[in-house]
Design a protein around this ligand. Structure first.
Ligand code: A3P
Length: 299
């Protein structure tokens, strides 16, 4: 594989996407071993685009259909969204391509991924595609969010300039960003019943409409009664950054890869990049967006 050394370690290019070695092994194992089911739901994103939020909303939407007693602890109170909805390449297939246990999961199985669409679709071969929800976020906010996340992960201040260059050149974990977004964007236009394209900014500005859109796509729309009794608002509140980040499990727990759950919650604002990027950095990103999307992308 073509390789490149960045400030964390070696990156390898596979099918046009850059991965750290462990993750690449996870991708290869996934391609070899994953047996898709048509009822599966896969939550996809570029890192720091709102994955945790999308996972929480999906969990809450399905959980409300269960007839649990009010004494039962909600799954979001006993585990972090990343513990409940595992990543295919980062968790489930990291070590092995054999995961017979996944066939025993009840339907719909919900997984997540940061792989681009063309790699995710490999195990489907000629099988019908399952449902995929992609969440996309303004790349400038992704950059800032990623910077904070990396600083927390490495427990030292990462050079913003290097991270910026890595994002612009596309040589970074799961990059290039633009091709990642476009891979799902194009498929969502071709196959809107199978791929839902969501935007973090719209989830922030019109949460109720976006939660209903997600529920509809997932096949569990809100009933008229639910709309009247405030169920949509309850789900939004349950999954709000404030609520989730205040839960004990998210303050103290860690992912199986040793990432503190708390590092998935920060400000959750639209436009925080204005406090971190120089006008030159912004201009360069704007030019790349123009060049890459050429008027036919998601922005
Ligand atoms: P910021 O760093 O800009 O605050 P991901 O989940 O893909 O890793 O993305 C993390 C980003 O989503 C962080 O953005 C985080 O604060 C934000 N986020 C996490 N949970 C959220 C929620 N429930 N609602 C809104 N934003 C959330």
């Amino acid at each position: 594989f073509p390789s490149y050394k960045d400030y964390i370690g070696n990156l390898y290019n596979y099918r046009g996407c850059w991965y750290y070695p462990n993750t690449l092994q996870g991708v290869l194992n996934f391609e070899k071993g994953f047996k898709p089911q048509e009822t599966d739901i896969i939550l996809a994103s570029f890192p720091k685009s709102g994955t945790t939020w999308l996972k929480a909303l999906t969990i809450a939407l399905f959980e409300r259909l269960k007839n649990n007693s009010s004494n039962d602890l909600h799954p979001l109170q006993s585990d972090n969204p990343h513990g409940i909805v595992p990543f295919l390449e980062l968790n489930l297939y990291l070590k092995s391509s054999t995961r017979d246990d996944l066939t025993k999961l009840s339907s719909p199985r919900v997984f997540s991924t940061h792989m681009p669409f063309h790699t995710l679709q490999v195990p489907f071969k000629d099988d019908p595609l399952c449902k995929i929800v992609y969440v996309c976020r303004n790349v400038k906010d992704v950059l800032v969010s990623l910077w904070y996340f990396r600083c927390a992960q490495l427990q030292k201040e990462v050079d913003m300039e290097s991270l910026f260059e890595s994002l612009c050149s596309g040589v970074g974990s799961f990059g290039p960003f633009w091709e990642h977004v476009l891979s799902y964007w194009r498929r969502s236009l071709e196959d809107p019943k199978k791929v839902l394209f969501m935007r973090y900014e719209e989830m922030k500005s019109e949460p109720s409409a976006q939660v209903k859109r997600l529920a509809e796509f997932l096949g569990c729309p809100f009933t008229e009664e639910e709309e009247k009794d405030g169920s949509v608002d309850k789900i939004m509140e349950l999954c709000s950054l404030r609520n989730l980040s205040g839960m004990e499990i998210n303050k103290s727990g860690k992912t199986c890869n040793n990432v503190p759950y708390s590092s998935f919650f920060r400000k959750g604002e639209v436009g925080d990049f204005k406090n971190h990027l120089t006008p030159e950095m912004e201009n360069k990103i704007d030019m790349i967006i123009q060049e890459k999307y050429n008027g036919s992308g998601p922005v």
